[in-house]
Design a protein around this ligand. Structure first.
Ligand SMILES: CC(C)(COP(=O)(O)OP(=O)(O)OC[C@H]1O[C@@H](n2cnc3c(N)ncnc32)[C@H](O)[C@@H]1OP(=O)(O)O)[C@@H](O)C(=O)NCCC(=O)NCCS
Length: 195
């Protein structure tokens, strides 16, 4: 029997152990994250929830969500941040139940829809969300620069750590560059100035 309950701090260790067994992807290409605080990412959200699934009183998995709204718009929607199931409890409907319960929460909190990101090689997650009625909206490519790599810069550019007095300009640039992208929430100047 699968039961769903809210997360509590005492779940941290068991969830960390499960997360280590849950790289996202397949045997050719998988991604994992090493943490000490399982809900670290949620601390940057204002409005979030993590639901834990238990089977025979053992933690079998969890799902996380956070509510969002686009600047200047009334409509609320949810970002489903992650769903993880211990390999020992897979293919028994745990993730499907977690997604259903998360959707109930989203409705209760006034959300109009939910979305998430799925790492391309993650076939099981893709099938799960297809089965739950989600559709692919678009593909996203993440560009990245390795920070440890020595790189010969073109002489017209130089890179330096940002000065505190320039943070406003930097935030302005980030906001300007990303404005118009769906789901991009303008970075608040006040918050970043405190970092
Ligand atoms: C993806 C994941 C959460 C699925 O958990 P689960 O509890 O095994 O999923 P369910 O038993 O609820 O499966 C529901 C449906 O999803 C699909 N599905 C789940 N796992 C699948 C797999 N390995 N291959 C193909 N389809 C799969 C099936 O349609 C399944 O229905 P069915 O069993 O009736 O065929 C789990 O494999 C996992 O934790 N993976 C690692 C972490 C991860 O990638 N999380 C998602 C991104 S954050």
């Amino acid at each position: 029997m699968i039961s769903i309950r809210p997360f509590n701090e005492g779940d941290n260790q068991s969830m960390l152990e499960i997360e280590r067994l849950c790289p996202q992807g397949d045997e050719n290409c998988a991604m994992g994250v090493e943490k000490t605080d399982i809900i670290a990412r949620y601390k940057m959200y204002d409005n979030w929830d993590v639901l834990v699934a238990e089977v025979d009183e053992k933690i079998a998995g969890w799902i996380g969500l956070t509510m969002k709204s686009t600047h200047g718009k009334e409509e609320k929607y949810a970002y489903l941040t992650e769903v993880m199931v211990d390999p020992a409890f897979r293919r028994a409907g745990v993730a499907a139940k977690l997604v259903e319960e998360a959707e109930k929460k989203v409705r209760e909190m006034g959300g109009a829809y939910a979305y998430g990101y799925i790492y391309e090689p993650n076939k099981s997650s893709r099938s799960l969300f297809e089965k739950m009625g989600y559709s692919k909206m678009r593909g996203i490519k993440f560009p990245g620069i390795s920070t440890y790599k020595k790189w010969d810069l073109s002489p017209e550019y130089s890179i330096k750590p940002v000065d505190e007095k320039d943070i406003g300009d930097v935030v302005g640039l980030i906001n300007e560059y990303n404005s118009g992208f769906i789901h991009f929430v303008q970075l608040p100047m006040k918050f970043l100035n405190r970092v």
